[in-house]
Design a protein around this ligand. Sequence first.
Ligand SMILES: Nc1ncnc2c1ncn2[C@@H]1O[C@H](COP(=O)(O)OP(=O)(O)OP(=O)(O)O)[C@@H](O)[C@H]1O
Ligand SMILES: [Mg+2]
Length: 465
Amino acid sequence: MEPATRQLIYVSRDPSAELNTRFHQRGWQVEVVGSARDVRRAVRAGMAAGGLLDLSSHFQPHEIAAFESCLTMPNVGWVAATMPGQLQDAALRRLVRDYCFDYVTVPYAGDRIVDSVGHAYGMISLGEPASNDGSQGAEGEMVGSCDAMLALFRSIRKVAMTDAPVFISGESGTGKELTAVAIHERSARRNAPFVPINCGAIPPHLLQSELFGYERGAFTGANQRKIGRVEAANGGTLFLDEIGDLPLESQASLLRFLQERKVERLGGHGAIDVDVRIISATHVDMTAAMIEGRFRSDLYHRLCVLQIDEPPLRARGKDIELLARHMLERFKKDASRRLRGFAPDAIAALHNYGWPGNVRELINRVRRAIVMSEGRAITARDLELAEYVEIVPVSLAQAREAAERQAIELALLRHRGRLGDAAQELGISRVTLYRLLCSHGMRHMEGEPLAAPHGGDLPASVPHL
Ligand SMILES: Nc1ncnc2c1ncn2[C@@H]1O[C@H](COP(=O)(O)OP(=O)(O)OP(=O)(O)O)[C@@H](O)[C@H]1O
Ligand SMILES: [Mg+2]
């Protein structure tokens, strides 16, 4: 189904008022733009648009070259307008052949141009939206104020300033994708596309063509050229999500691309230069994957130049509450009554629970509680966490022991299980730390990247990135 108005990006140095009116009359909202930069500004993220590239309006060769990165935008269907004979020029011919659905020659006769753009728009609308796994809607805001999140925000700002590959690891639902988007949005590539690909969700035999594309007629059923995700990200960021699930066969092609920075569409006429920044993410233990031969270590070392670890929710102390309140604010319009906040038993349960599904699980529980709640405040029962409430009175000795245990857990978490560094931070010897780990029954945390502390009163100065 088509929306009432369709957007046309009309790229021209000398736009035709008559043509503009004709598009308007056929229900198009026309945006006239004159440069590649303006095209990126005019294209609305995730919304399909038609594009008319008026090559007859005497663009300079460097301007035409700059348009190339816009022509790979996944949500715009392009048609070129050319002067008779103009396609004798090899560079223009390649541009039109590789990126446009059609071309028309000026002067524009009848409504053929409008029909052609309509067709390009229709084809593009059949594609998938740029990024949609149902988890959007956070307005890109990353909430957090604990030490671990403040460190994460600092890392995001730092890595955004470079072009080096970033590898994001972390349990499921911790915010890996949100982090990747945040890096892109703070980088110099922010106006170019952010193209995600879920390496685990695409059947292995389709991955190759998803990544690198194909030409019309490359194989039976290839009725139309397909631009691969790598090429679609040209000028911007390619987000390789669930990279740990990438089949070995595709690992070889990806490695080749990272070495050569060129893609060749299946059945294509040659390699195309592509300039992308790579961010990858996974919840898979990559060290184990490499030892077991499921992941190539040469590829891993190319992807993991800069590393970011997402802290699990259970290690974020007071942020659990902060996030719960944030989500309540965001979704409380779904409630049938006015909600005042969380009851004390709900707060206790939020801290006692282990959150295996991390932030995504927290969002789901809060949203469900908003709808199910019958009182003025959300209770532990509404969150389906009633069994995590027990607030047992503690003796001073128990409180000391719990504090000691928590300090050790946090130090080990910060140093990714490295005993020497954690001991130094705690101001004790490695031997003492080892002894304490044994007495608390925490040997499993030694050398483990991320483990499970509870609670933790952490400073609440910066609530979000
Ligand atoms: N710090 C945060 N503040 C606000 N919302 C967050 C935060 N972290 C994660 N979210 C939200 O939690 C959900 C899960 O985040 P995201 O999809 O980025 O996680 P992920 O690590 O990629 O998960 P998975 O491994 O399951 O793919 C999203 O809806 C995201 O907006
Ligand atoms: Mg994800």
